[in-house]
Design a protein around this ligand. Structure first.
Ligand SMILES: [Zn+2]
Length: 792
């Protein structure tokens, strides 16, 4: 009522701006952007609920490993023997098991090496030429399976398809049963540095483990990962996840308990997933004393010092060996590291449950300047922030190892962070190290605890992890130069031509721009959701609920989408549809503005409005006739008293009832004084917006008034519900407006800011002036990620 009153006596007082003369006039643009996405999601069932939580019959498999491994540092060879116990907790009978032989990514026969296109450039380095036939570098690599036997030593039949091995069971494995069997194998470790370089040139088979040789001191640093034949995940969603490993999309794994014994040269220090069961035999008494001291330290304690590490790496190589024993429960994977070069430091982090978690770092002297200062502290910061936003850190240790590149495993990860030779380092090198440490330690949560299928959905671990990494970096230092999270980090990607974009919901193997799509865009999307769409409180509660529901389980995207709505009471289907399933971008344009003031002189003319007469029920209808014909009995008879009663109380059905109501909407007009008092000083701004990018997003308006003050107003995305291409909205301001900026904090990822201002601002195009022309090597986002040490 009040709205129509105002509009009817407003008169345009001559001020009108149009920033775009060509406004598309569409008669109707009601699309599907606000429709529910249920048809695109898998149907809820007894395993996964409609609320996004695990269902009443949710199940997952379990797989325990008991492994003996021997590292031969003369031949760069790893030998292993593992006793696997597989628990079939599914409701299905299994006739065979699938295992992952990831090291076969470096087998010369692997067909995936032929996937990658290549081309000749004007000048080519020797390494680029080598990369064209990278498999020639692989003659001795790949897993050699020596035996697959049952508990009694009887051979089991198996076959290998590239990185997958199927073991046929002598008898079907019934639901609720378990089976133990043994696999013996060996393989030659790859030169991690050489293969990193090759993979950045022409093929995607990026090495996540292997050895690095340090020619200056003649020592090796080993990172042992994807090193034992591992069970494929078998789930209610896709049965066996046995898509080949090509080196790009990562892993799908099963939780279980590990007991691992590693035999290494006696002068090597070992760091590993899990808790060491025999420090008392493998450490010296001095080291053991320092380890105990570190349990209550407030700063990192060096268990192996720089001086000791430098001395050891110059020594003659030891002849004897030592066996280290580690145990880890409820982990989906297991990795370790060994070297003579390691400095080792540790300090505790106390969880909210009062548990002591040992934060530790292992690094060579090359990384000492950065790592001794920041690594273990960054590990601790990561556990603190992630525990606050997800669940308390459940494992006994968290380790950062300096290994020139970044890769994550439960409780242990490998990161870059070397200083210059003179011991100095740039701020950039420091931040790159801290960022990757936080990122890789953060992977303890996504996917090591919240165990999503990385082979299928890279964004579920990388994107979510990059988002929480951003939160941890911000808690570490509010001015931290984070590469992900803030909306502006993804603007350049989102304004690329559409043929170069792909939705976040794309399989990890098929992504063109892995870094932008699987890391930066989902991290920005989650931050937009938190800061701009839901608000921190609702988002944080819902995100924590997702992490709590799916800790130590296998969530899918639908479980995440559903939980975020279920736990917050916010309908987000439009957001998932736009940000995760489409390639549209935000470009909200402020097309024109009209400024109105109330006419203080003239009163409106009297108007009347008619309400239509109520339709009378017809005396006869086909239904009534047929009811009578059918001989139906009626409760109320034609001449019943009760019927009269009804008639009496239905005056509108009688002839003389009111057929038209005349209402004078403006019976009381305002006097000039009254109007002046109520509306005289108010300014009515009618803003006309259009959606040029496609994404429907909240509209954030910053008003600047004539007295210099500012006000920020937030319009929810639902403003676009009835028309996804444009809307007009009136804003009432007591003060005159001198300027308007749309999205002043650059939080909606608007790809064209030239239409975000009134008065229209010319954004300068810049041209560059060089003193000397320097040709910079152009890196694509994937190479940039690699340069920063983030695995592809
Ligand atoms: Zn990552």
């Amino acid at each position: 009522m009040s709205f129509s009153k105002i509009t009817s006596f407003l008169i345009l007082l001559a001020c009108c701006w149009s920033t775009s003369s060509l406004q598309a006039q569409k008669t109707s643009n009601h699309g599907n952007k606000f429709e529910q996405i249920d048809p695109m999601l898998p149907s809820p069932n007894q395993y996964r609920g409609m609320d996004g939580a695990p269902g009443p019959d949710y199940w997952q498999q379990r797989c325990d490993y008991d492994i003996d491994a021997t590292l031969d540092t003369d031949n760069q060879r790893l030998d292993g023997s593992e006793l696997i116990t597989y628990y079939n907790q599914s409701p299905h009978t299994l006739r065979y098991l699938w295992m992952q032989l990831d090291e076969n990514q470096f087998s010369a026969e692997n067909t995936s090496h032929r996937f990658d296109p290549s081309s000749i450039k004007g000048t080519m380095s020797e390494m680029q030429l080598k990369a064209l036939q990278a498999w020639e570098q692989m003659d001795k690599h790949g897993v050699n399976i020596e035996a697959v036997t049952d508990e009694d030593g009887e051979a089991l039949s198996y076959f290998i398809n590239n990185t997958m091995m199927r073991i046929d069971l002598p008898e079907p494995l019934e639901p609720g049963d378990k089976i133990s069997f043994r696999v013996n194998w060996h393989y030659y470790l790859v030169d991690r540095v050489l293969f990193s370089e090759l993979s950045s040139m022409a093929f995607s088979s990026y090495p996540r483990g292997g050895y690095e040789f340090f020619p200056k001191d003649g020592n090796y640093l080993y990172t042992i990962s994807q090193w034992y034949p591992r069970l494929c995940a078998y789930t209610d969603v896709e049965g066996w996840q046995n898509q080949q490993f090509t080196g790009q999309a990562e892993f799908a794994l099963t939780f279980g308990n590990f007991l691992v014994k590693m035999t290494v040269p006696e002068d090597h220090m070992v760091g590993s997933t899990g808790e060491c069961l025999n420090y008392s035999t493998v450490l010296t008494p001095t080291q053991m004393g320092r380890w105990k001291q570190a349990q209550n330290a407030s700063e990192p304690v060096e268990i192996v010092t720089l001086a000791e590490a430098k001395k050891l790496e110059k020594k003659k190589k030891a002849k004897g060996t030592k066996t280290w024993i580690f145990k880890a429960d409820q982990v989906r994977d297991f990795a370790w590291t060994a070297s003579r070069k390691f400095i080792w430091d540790a300090m505790p982090y106390k969880t909210s449950e009062g548990k002591n978690v040992m934060c530790m770092s292992y690094y060579g002297k090359e990384a000492y300047p950065i790592y001794s200062r920041y690594s273990t502290k960054a590990v601790k910061q990561t556990l603190k922030t992630y525990s606050d936003f997800t669940i308390p850190y459940p494992y006994p240790v968290a380790i950062s190892v300096e290994a020139a590149n970044g890769m994550e495993y439960p409780m242990i990860c490998f990161n870059p962070g070397r200083a210059e030779e003179d011991g100095t380092y740039t701020a950039q090198a420091k931040h790159a190290a801290i960022s990757v440490i936080i990122h890789e330690v953060g992977h303890n949560y996504f996917p090591m605890i919240i165990n999503s299928d990385e082979r299928q959905w890279t964004w579920m671990d990388e994107g979510m992890n990059s988002f929480v990494e951003f939160l941890a970096e911000s808690e570490f230092d509010n001015n931290y130069p984070s590469s992900y999270g803030a909306g502006h980090t993804i603007v350049d990607y989102m304004r690329l031509p559409k043929e170069r974009l792909e939705p976040i919901m794309t399989n990890g193997e098929n992504l063109i721009d892995f870094g932008s799509n699987a890391y930066v865009k989902p991290a920005a999307a989650l931050n937009v959701l938190r800061e701009t769409v839901m608000g921190r409180e609702l988002f944080d509660r819902a995100f924590k609920e997702y992490c709590t529901r799916w800790a130590f389980k296998n969530p899918t995207p639908a479980d995440f989408f559903r939980t975020m709505e279920d736990a917050s009471g916010v309908d987000l289907d439009w957001f998932w549809r736009g940000w995760f399933y489409s390639i549209e971008s935000t470009d909200i344009s402020l097309d024109s503005i009209k400024w109105y003031k109330v006419d203080l002189e003239n009163n409106p003319e009297k108007r009347t409005q008619s309400f239509p007469n109520k339709k009378k029920a017809p005396a006869y209808s086909i239904s009534k006739e047929r009811n009578k014909e059918a001989g139906m009995k009626f409760t109320v008879d034609e001449d019943d008293d009760l019927r009269d009663f009804y008639t009496d109380y239905r005056p509108w059905e009688t002839e003389d009832s009111l057929t038209q109501i005349e209402v004078n909407l403006f019976e009381e007009t305002f006097s000039a004084d009254e109007k002046k008092k109520l509306y005289g000083d108010k300014n009515y701004y009618e803003l006309h917006f259009s959606n040029k990018g496609g994404l429907v997003m909240p509209v954030i308006i910053e008003w600047t008034f004539e007295d210099g003050t500012k006000e920020v107003e937030r319009i929810p995305a639902q403003i676009w519900r009835k028309d996804e291409s444009k809307f007009t909205k009136v804003f009432v301001k007591n003060k005159e407006v001198t300027g308007i900026v749309i999205d002043p904090y650059k939080e909606t990822v608007d790809t064209d800011e030239s239409n975000n201002n009134w008065p229209v601002k010319q954004l300068p195009s810049r041209f560059q002036v060089f003193k000397k022309h320097k040709v910079e090597k152009q890196l694509n986002p994937m190479q940039k990620a690699k340069k920063k040490g983030i695995k592809p």
